[in-house]
Design a protein around this ligand. Sequence first.
Ligand SMILES: Cc1cc2nc3c(=O)[nH]c(=O)nc-3n(C[C@H](O)[C@H](O)[C@H](O)COP(=O)(O)OP(=O)(O)OC[C@H]3O[C@@H](n4cnc5c(N)ncnc54)[C@H](O)[C@@H]3O)c2cc1C
Length: 463
Amino acid sequence: MPDFDAIIIGTGQAGPFLAFRLAGAGMKVAVVERHLVGGTCVNTGCTPTKALVASAYAARIARRAAEYGVVIGGDVGIDMRRVKARVDAIVAAARNGRTSALENAANITLYRGHARFVSPQAVEIAPDHHNTGRLRAGRIFINVGGRALVPPMPGITEVPYLTNSSMMDVDFLPRHLIIVGGSYIGLEFGQMYRRFGSRVTILEMAPRLVRHEDEDVSAAIKEIVEREGVEVRLNAECISLAKRGDEIVAKVDCTAGAPEVAGSHLLLAVGRRPNTDDLDLDKAGARCDERGYIIVDDQLQTTAPGIWALGDCNGKGAFTHTAYNDFEIVAANLLDHDPRRVSKRITAYALYTDPPLGRVGMSLAEARNSGRRVLAGERPMTRVARAVEKGETQGFMRILVDGDSKEILGASLLGTGCDEAVHAILDLMYAKAPYTVMQRAMHIHPTVSELLPTILGDLKPVD
Ligand SMILES: Cc1cc2nc3c(=O)[nH]c(=O)nc-3n(C[C@H](O)[C@H](O)[C@H](O)COP(=O)(O)OP(=O)(O)OC[C@H]3O[C@@H](n4cnc5c(N)ncnc54)[C@H](O)[C@@H]3O)c2cc1C
């Protein structure tokens, strides 16, 4: 049984970076990966979807070319094979870079296979043609991520369906893509496939899209995708799926609209589940919550001494940046005598529809419920010079401020460039600086960010 100082299970968005830090500090590190190095983000998540979003954006702009005075002869065509080839090349470059970095790093051994705990300090890898057997270490870090949730809907076993993973094999244009789930993943795929030329129907069981966002944000996003021809069915409880000839039929229980939707392909985008059911965590003494997420403390230690859980599997985040931040927290605690904690991080994420939504901190609903005296400032994107110049004026920006401390509570920026612009607010929040600091900052013209101080100069009380 080879002995290591540390074993890292999974090569998602935390494990490899932690491996490099630990190895750099002189530790002997084993990294175990059962599938593709880079995990979800690199292979079936952020990287390929954002590459697809870029192709879809190009299609959209090409169709709108005449608005910009650009003359393109004939119809805009989409070659899905070339779209996929572009994505594959970007993904392969990212994955190969990470793989060779791990393979060539001093003090790191990369094992290929599925790891399971056999005790709190040992894992077994199987099956692996090159390396079999058990590994032992005093410290074990779990970075196993998650996979698409496939709910037990009636008829699900009778119909072919796609998930975010199998969508990566699609090199053709679905005639009519039915998407179950109107949240981040469903919306990104929905808008992009509509732009590629598919008919798209999104079925969302809640009364609105992206239900964790504020109601007006949900409404604005619905308007944006509907304007491009995406069909949205809300209050649509997907009650059963069936095959009818070549078609997949989703019978939906809706307050309005037809009782069934028939399409050529079905994408399930109803959430994620952690890859913790096949780790034999009980043999390690690490406990999970009722949804399968590994229970961790504020410094990401599990209920078993010497075992940490990072990334999506601990339920503290569901993003690449939260997984990476987990790595930073663990490394800081173990190597830098810096007691960083998860509870110190500020919510931040983006929805990569076009235009994107940049989100930090509290939503308006959360701010209202916080019991604080809340001030809010808003601007429609039609008032942003850069958006007008780009011909991309959909959406609006809202910033929330604590009326007493003057600190920024959160922001929802829906508009062109807002996935980037939102960081100006995020950094101010980390600095715990009053919003008035930004009002004295000179921002560059013409940018979306230049509107942020203006919005802060026009705050109104929220009732
Ligand atoms: C369609 C889609 C789009 C997304 N877009 C974004 C985005 O734009 N921005 C963003 O921040 N986030 C995005 N995410 C989320 C992001 O991909 C994840 O939050 C991120 O990958 C963090 O994952 P992780 O580090 O926890 O593990 P993962 O990246 O899931 O990696 C876990 C690794 O562990 C391996 N593994 C699992 N079990 C074992 C085992 N027992 N033994 C050995 N190896 C094992 C897996 O094979 C995998 O390689 C997206 C997700 C999806 C599905």
